[in-house]
Ligand binder design. Structure first.
Ligand code: HMG
Ligand code: MG
Length: 310
């Protein structure tokens, strides 16, 4: 039954990260044709933004070393956006060669994670991103900026809100069109989410440009998403079946499962365009290929209803 709640948006854009954030963290390398079928099935379930892969150094993330091959043979569905991660100009060149029309850079709110993930200080990473954003924007591409470790860092502990606002506004000032707040290790709780988004809005960031990216390590991702929606956020990152993590932050587990998100939004009468049943079928299909069950509660419940063994 659909029962709306006051103060929430009528529509949410689900930004699907399973093919990138999910698969980058699998110990097994998933064959390129399985990745393509996964992405095609995600589009078939109604997802309209599917982060497809990363043009990072192949030695840093071997799971996504096939980025060019993947996109080369991918049939793009009409009306679907396929952004990719790009850390530097070398990555941008590779992405442009592959016909990409939308990219995401990925900064860090903390020095330790900037070093571990990008081999740079925060300042050096902003310098590395500057020409990427400039060239991409000049070429008509949209550029999302991620900020990782917005709510806590496994090496540095608590991360002050002003530190996150400072990095976020530096990345937006480069010309990025969207900002995704990463809870890389899943430690955020709803009050913290509300406080960070409030501080960003107060510093002049438009709510329409904000996205949230919650890993579900401590089971807080859905509650945190609701808090973000109440603050005016309308773009939510999630990964089909709850796939995911980050190879450079071992304490990161999967993202908020897209099915769990869509189930809640459906119940609230918020439009996403996603068919949760078709999506869950895709996650079951992927779970079979990965050889382990999906951690998503909604995928598990729907598969029990259908009498599957999952
Ligand atoms: P580096 O070793 O400092 O690279 O790595 P460099 O700039 O010194 O270059 C060294 C060599 O690598 C050069 O080759 C470059 O051409 C080559 P040489 O001249 O020696 O022959 N190179 C590349 N080759 C292919 N593609 C490239 C590329 N760049 C350089 N793009 C670098 C710096 C940024 C490249 C590296 O640190 C890297 O690839 N890091 C990516 C790590 C990553 O992908 N992490 C996961 C994604 S982030 C995440 O998951 C968090 C998120 O989900 C949000 C959240 O949850 O918080 C987004
Ligand atoms: Mg992530």
């Amino acid at each position: 039954m659909r029962v709306p709640l006051d103060g929430l948006p009528a529509k949410v854009t689900v930004y699907e990260v399973g093919a990138r954030d999910g698969l980058q963290n699998e110990s097994a390398v998933v064959p390129v044709e399985v990745k393509r079928e996964f992405i095609t099935r995600l589009a078939g379930a109604g997802l309209r933004v599917i982060e497809a892969t990363s043009f990072v150094h192949p030695k840093w993330v071997p799971q996504l070393a096939d980025a060019a091959e993947l996109l080369g043979g991918l049939e793009r569905a009409a009306g679907v956006r396929y952004p990719v991660l790009v850390p530097n100009e070398r990555g941008l060149d590779r992405a442009l060669d592959a016909g990409v029309t939308e990219i995401a850079i990925f900064g860090s709110a903390t020095e330790t994670f900037a070093r571990r993930n990008l081999n740079r200080t925060v300042d050096e990473s902003v310098e590395m991103f500057a020409p990427v954003v400039e060239r991409a924007r000049a070429g008509g591409l949209d550029v999302r900026a991620y900020v990782s470790m917005c709510f806590g860092d496994p090496w540095e502990g608590d991360v002050p809100i002003e530190q996150v606002v400072s990095v976020a506004t530096r990345l937006l000032d480069l010309g990025c069109t969207e900002l995704s707040l990463g809870d890389t290790i899943g430690v955020a709780t709803p009050g913290h989410v509300t406080a960070l988004i409030g501080a960003l809005l107060e510093s002049g960031v438009d709510a329409g440009r904000l996205a949230v990216h919650f890993h579900d390590t401590y089971g807080q991702a859905l509650a945190n998403t609701l808090a973000a929606l109440r603050c005016g956020v309308t773009i939510v990152d999630a990964s089909a079946g709850g796939l995911g993590g980050c190879p450079y932050a071992k304490s990161a587990t999967g993202n908020l499962a897209t099915e769990d998100l869509v189930w809640m939004l459906d119940g609230l009468g918020i439009e996403t365009g996603v068919d949760v049943h078709r999506l869950a079928e895709t996650s079951l299909w992927m779970a079979e290929r990965l050889g382990r069950p999906s951690p998503s509660r909604v995928v598990q419940a729907l598969s029990r209803e259908q009498g599957s063994d999952q």
